[in-house]
Design a protein around this ligand. Structure first.
Ligand code: ASP
Length: 441
């Protein structure tokens, strides 16, 4: 029999109704033996996430503002879940303990982690699975750096003792036992770590969307779902703005080649998206691209200097100036006598004028052009390298849509083509690319 790890995100465990769906999913497949849960998330768009409320309690205390009301909202959410599920986990004892720890000034990592802790207690009781705390199993060093091997060994050892278990996501412990959380959305990482530790056949990540879509549905009407995607393609698309899964959740699964399956708790029959390292031959389909995504607000600094190609170390000097300002760049397209540096506006944060001054002084260029309103759009797909005329199609589509392409960058793997266009052309560009490669195929 195979083995699956199922992680359920905040909206999937937001209340008793959602947890009943979780139970249905778990009971429909005996292979789903290890379950990782988030804290209760939003039940409707204006609702609060428990994690946010926990952080809020901590902030109230830090500012000497009464926190009881917020704390009560948290307690009431859990009590109603407990009552509606018909389970008994002595919540009051836990509330008292958390309140006492809040008052003595326990750090916010501890406070925030209680969202997952309490939810895992409830879910374990409801599913009839063992509760296995992540404390002492997900391990960080004194400086808060995650210890990968130690965690794997500890999880492996402990979970071998449990046929079925629910593990709270999002946190682990320092060597002294104090709680340390991952960054927000970190239950995805816990799920991947558990999947690796128990050598799962699949890591199922249950959320409120049926996997990845080929484009942002706010821009393209009813974009097609992505059935399979490689880790590398996903990285390109996530970086460009398509986000469903915490980026750091990919590494543990990728390392041991465990497929990640993004599924929808509200639509459990939908197969979702599978993320794997390489798409096997029999799964290749006819689509050229896997997806298109992008981000707005980049600045391009174009540096022109006659005979630049003969000047040894020219690019190195550009990069060392950027390093002086602690700035990372996104792209560096170059010609014989030109180099352009593409930097996100957020990264530049008022440093632009000083950087230009340094470029002028240290590089002695003929001209420097700055353009600050650029959007980058990545057309991603391993299938692109297998087909001829991909660029021709892409640029004809942009020409037909009257989009002025200001920058082009194609990764050497032929897995993506990035175009830089004016911010105002962002939506138009994504629509044109989607139409050319998806609707017309
Ligand atoms: N509850 C945490 C958050 O809201 C972690 C998670 O859900 O993955 O970020």
């Amino acid at each position: 029999m195979g083995l699956k790890v199922a992680k359920f995100g905040g909206t999937s465990v937001a209340d008793a109704i959602q947890l009943a769906k979780v139970k249905g999913i778990i009971e429909s497949d005996k292979e789903r033996r290890y379950v990782v849960v988030s804290a209760p998330g939003k039940r409707y768009s204006d609702d609060n996430k428990i994690t946010d409320l926990l952080y809020l309690c901590k902030t109230h205390i830090e500012h000497n503002v009464p926190y009881d009301q917020v704390f009560q909202v948290i307690c009431d959410r859990y009590k109603s879940i407990e009552m509606n599920l018909g389970v008994e986990v002595n919540l009051q004892k836990h509330f008292d303990e958390i309140r006492a720890n809040l008052v003595v000034g326990m750090p916010s990592d501890y406070i925030a982690s209680r969202g997952e802790y309490l939810n895992a207690l409830l879910a374990a009781a409801y599913l009839g699975y063992d509760f296995v705390d992540a404390a002492g199993l997900v391990i960080f060093d004194q400086k808060g750096r995650f210890l990968y091997d130690e965690t794997n060994t500890a999880l492996k050892e402990e979970l071998a003792k449990h046929e079925h278990a629910v593990i709270p996501g999002f946190y682990g412990t320092y060597p002294d036992g104090k709680i340390k959380t991952f960054s927000r959305g970190g239950s995805d990482i816990t799920g991947a770590l558990v999947a690796k530790a128990v050598c799962a056949d699949v890591y199922e990540n249950w959320t409120d969307v049926s996997g990845f879509l080929m484009a942002d549905p706010r821009i393209v009407k009813n974009p097609k779902p992505i059935k399979v995607i490689t880790y590398k393609e996903l990285r390109e698309l996530s970086y460009m703005g398509a986000s469903v899964l915490h980026e750091d959740a990919i590494f543990p699964a990728r390392e041991v080649d465990i497929p990640i399956n993004i599924r929808n708790t509200n639509e459990p029959d939908h197969p979702g998206t599978i993320i794997i390292s390489e798409i096997p031959e029999h799964m290749h389909d006819d689509t050229t691209i896997t997806g298109v995504a992008g981000r707005k607000d980049f600045t391009v600094i174009g540096i022109y200097k006659n005979m630049m190609n003969n000047e040894v170390g020219f690019v190195k000097r550009i990069l060392s100036i950027l390093e002086d300002y602690d700035i990372s760049f996104e792209h560096l397209p170059s010609g014989i006598d030109t180099v352009s540096v593409v930097i996100s506006n957020k990264n530049l944060e008022g440093k632009l004028e000083d950087i230009i001054e340094d470029f002028e002084r240290k590089l002695n260029p003929d001209t420097i052009d700055v353009y600050s309103d650029m959007a980058l759009i990545a057309t991603v797909g391993c299938g692109m390298s297998r087909k001829l005329g991909v660029s021709a199609r892409l640029f004809s589509a942009l020409f037909a849509a009257d989009v002025n392409v200001r920058m082009i960058d194609q990764g050497s793997s032929e897995m993506n083509i990035i175009v830089g266009v004016e911010n105002s052309d962002f939506e138009k560009t994504i629509k044109a690319i989607y139409k050319a490669f998806v609707e017309k195929e």
